[in-house]
Structures are given as C-alpha cells and as structure tokens.
Design a protein around this ligand. Structure first.
Ligand SMILES: Cc1cc2nc3c(=O)[nH]c(=O)nc-3n(C[C@H](O)[C@H](O)[C@H](O)COP(=O)(O)O)c2cc1C
Length: 184
C-alpha cells in the first residue's frame, strides 16, 4: 500500500549542498548554501535562488564559485545557510580560508575539496534561475583516484528535505551505461 503526499509535501530527491562563494564590491568574501541546483548542460550549472547577499554580489562581479558540501564541512555548510553575509562576515566567523579564483572574480574556499569556478551566464530575477558557465574547477588531490574525482573519497553530502538532514553519498551499486546493457 502506498501513502499519498499532497502538493508541496512531495519529496524531491536528491537535492544538493551547493556552497556558492562570491565577493562583494569591496572584495569581502561570502558563501551561502543552496539545495536547488543541477547540471543544465556540459560545463553549465543552474541554481534557483531567492534574493540574497550572494545574488547582490554576483550581480556586481558577474561570477561565483560552487563548492560541494562534504561530511567534513557539514557544520559550516549549514551555517552558510542560516546566516546572512548582510550582517556578518560568515567566512571569518566559520574560520574558513579563501583565495581568489585565477579565472573568475570569486573566492575559492580552501576547506572544500571540490569547487567550480563560474561566470554568470544569465540571472533571471523573476524565476530566480542563475546559470553559471563553468570555466574551471579545482579538486584537491586527496579526492582523486587516477586523476578523476572520486565521490567515495569526497564524502559528498546531499540535503534530505524529508528529515531536514544532511546525508553522505555512499556505495557504488551499479555501472552506468553498462549494467542496463545486460537487459538489452
Ligand atoms: C539546507 C539549506 C538549503 C538552502 N537552499 C537554498 C536554495 O536552494 N536557494 C536559496 O535561495 N536559498 C537557500 N537556502 C537559504 C540561504 O542559504 C540563506 O538564506 C542564506 O542566509 C543566504 O546567505 P547570504 O544572504 O549570505 O547570501 C538554503 C539554506 C539551507 C540551510
């Protein structure tokens, strides 16, 4: 027997833990947590954002970074989602270290092992969709296997909207573009 959830109670999963890094006009770094985002083309990410310090920032700089939340960074990830850079310097308060991306005017937060460096391709204030063109990415050697990002090493987290929790992405259970061929 199935249980029906009506309307907004629906659970859409997985949702990400995307940490969006920006600079303000004075070069002060900020970061926010966003669950709603996805790959929307090769080399492109789309995020759905309300108006925040973050959006004010990238409206001015035309750039942002996206770091991926991990089990090791879960506390600061959540902090970046419950405080605003309009009031405090969250980067400082969280004890994070940043340097400027070599490619875009946005900060790389060194505590995160995987980061995309994006130029704002479009920002629609009506829908809240910001599309980022990924011009480069940085991965810490500790999360690589044979030069590839290894999600097992990354200990990526996702946002669980049902329990308002963060969960670690786990085991490999199948081979993509491979296992299904057995049924062809
Ligand atoms: C788990 C979680 C997920 C969130 N997802 C989003 C999101 O997808 N889009 C959004 O606009 N805000 C989202 N937020 C809220 C922002 O992170 C929050 O308003 C933050 O304070 C904005 O920071 P800023 O004002 O420094 O830019 C989320 C917060 C949390 C805790």
């Amino acid at each position: 027997m199935s249980v029906e959830f009506v309307g907004k109670k629906s659970v859409i999963t997985p949702e990400g833990v995307f940490i969006i890094g920006t600079y303000d006009e004075n070069g002060v770094p900020n970061a926010m947590n966003a669950a709603w985002g996805m790959q929307s083309d090769m080399g492109e990410i789309t995020l759905m954002l309300a108006k925040h310090k973050t959006t004010e920032n990238f409206e001015k700089t035309g750039a942002f970074t996206v770091a991926f939340g991990t089990a090791d960074t879960v506390l600061i990830c959540d902090y970046f989602g419950v405080e605003t850079g309009k009031k405090v310097n969250k980067i400082e308060k969280a004890g994070c270290h940043v340097h400027k991306s070599a490619h875009v005017n946005a900060p790389i937060i060194e505590e995160f092992p995987l980061t995309l460096e994006c130029k704002v391709k479009s920002w629609d204030t009506e829908t809240g969709y910001v599309i980022g063109e990924i011009v480069a990415s940085q991965a810490d050697e500790s999360i690589l296997t044979d030069g590839k990002v290894d999600l097992g090493k990354l200990r990526l987290i996702i946002y669980d909207p049902s329990f308002l929790a963060y969960r670690v992405v786990g085991d490999v259970v199948g081979k993509a573009f491979g296992d299904g061929l057995k049924l062809k």
